[in-house]
Design a binder for this molecule. Structure first.
Ligand SMILES: [Zn+2]
Length: 66
Protein backbone atom coordinates (compact mmCIF):
# COMPACT_ATOMS: atom_id res chain seq x y z
CA UNK A 1 0.00 0.00 0.00
CA UNK A 2 1.26 3.46 -0.85
CA UNK A 3 2.04 5.91 1.96
CA UNK A 4 -0.21 8.97 2.09
CA UNK A 5 1.99 12.04 1.55
CA UNK A 6 1.32 15.77 1.77
CA UNK A 7 1.56 17.23 -1.74
CA UNK A 8 2.98 20.49 -0.35
CA UNK A 9 5.73 19.41 2.07
CA UNK A 10 5.93 15.61 1.67
CA UNK A 11 5.13 14.91 5.35
CA UNK A 12 3.33 11.64 6.06
CA UNK A 13 1.59 12.80 9.27
CA UNK A 14 -2.01 14.04 9.16
CA UNK A 15 -4.44 15.35 11.75
CA UNK A 16 -8.17 16.12 12.15
CA UNK A 17 -8.90 19.73 13.15
CA UNK A 18 -12.25 21.37 13.96
CA UNK A 19 -13.01 24.44 11.84
CA UNK A 20 -15.91 26.82 11.36
CA UNK A 21 -15.14 28.35 7.96
CA UNK A 22 -16.13 31.96 7.36
CA UNK A 23 -19.59 32.14 5.84
CA UNK A 24 -20.59 28.67 7.08
CA UNK A 25 -23.18 27.95 9.75
CA UNK A 26 -21.69 24.52 10.38
CA UNK A 27 -18.50 23.12 11.83
CA UNK A 28 -16.26 20.92 9.74
CA UNK A 29 -13.38 18.59 10.42
CA UNK A 30 -10.40 19.37 8.21
CA UNK A 31 -8.00 16.54 7.50
CA UNK A 32 -4.73 18.36 7.20
CA UNK A 33 -1.01 17.84 7.12
CA UNK A 34 0.30 17.83 10.70
CA UNK A 35 3.52 19.54 9.58
CA UNK A 36 2.41 22.41 7.31
CA UNK A 37 -1.39 22.53 7.73
CA UNK A 38 -2.11 21.89 4.07
CA UNK A 39 -5.76 20.78 3.90
CA UNK A 40 -6.35 17.43 2.23
CA UNK A 41 -10.06 17.05 2.87
CA UNK A 42 -13.01 18.42 4.83
CA UNK A 43 -15.89 16.48 6.29
CA UNK A 44 -18.98 17.37 8.29
CA UNK A 45 -18.43 17.65 12.03
CA UNK A 46 -21.12 15.06 12.68
CA UNK A 47 -20.50 11.61 11.23
CA UNK A 48 -23.82 11.08 9.47
CA UNK A 49 -23.38 7.28 9.35
CA UNK A 50 -22.88 7.05 13.11
CA UNK A 51 -25.83 9.36 13.73
CA UNK A 52 -28.03 7.28 11.41
CA UNK A 53 -27.11 4.11 13.30
CA UNK A 54 -27.94 5.85 16.59
CA UNK A 55 -31.30 7.02 15.26
CA UNK A 56 -32.16 3.55 13.92
CA UNK A 57 -31.30 2.01 17.29
CA UNK A 58 -33.57 4.50 19.11
CA UNK A 59 -36.38 3.67 16.67
CA UNK A 60 -35.70 -0.09 16.97
CA UNK A 61 -35.02 -0.35 13.26
CA UNK A 62 -32.63 -3.04 12.03
CA UNK A 63 -30.87 -1.39 9.10
CA UNK A 64 -29.39 -4.74 8.03
CA UNK A 65 -32.74 -6.55 7.92
CA UNK A 66 -33.62 -7.86 4.46
ZN1 LIG B 1 2.50 19.32 4.56
Amino acid sequence: MATSTCVKCKSTKFEAVLHNPQGSSFNFIFIQCAACGGVVSATEFYNIGARLDKLAKKLNIDLDEK
